[in-house]
Design a protein around this ligand. Structure first.
Ligand code: ZN
Length: 102
């Protein structure tokens, strides 16, 4: 069972993951295992829709490239041409999460 946010990004990009897990994490918005399991920070729900979508897309691209190499960035950019702006927005997005959850 895929959360709708993830299912939409998966359909849009054509990138599939094997499973999705949500949990509160302090440092990262998400990660992806070699087996294609996406671990998403539950705090994503406090971000704007476009930033949450971008995090999910970023992790889906890790199902192809497990690093942040130029190939990874090219793949991400092919699905999200606005990635530079979204990356920058994400770096300050922690302030959108209620302090209680940090
Ligand atoms: Zn990454």
């Amino acid at each position: 069972d895929m959360p709708p946010l993830v299912r939409e990004q998966s359909l849009r990009s054509g990138l599939a993951c094997s499973a999705v897990r949500f949990r509160a994490q302090r440092m990262r918005w998400g990660s992806c295992t070699a087996a294609g399991v996406l671990h998403l920070n539950a705090k994503l729900l406090f971000l704007s829709r476009e930033l949450a979508d971008f995090v999910i897309l970023h992790e889906l691209c890790h199902t192809v490239h497990m690093d942040h190499s130029p190939r990874f960035k090219a793949l991400l950019a092919s699905h999200e041409p606005d990635m530079e702006r979204l990356d920058a927005a994400l770096r300050t997005a922690g302030t959108m999460v209620p302090a209680l959850l940090n």
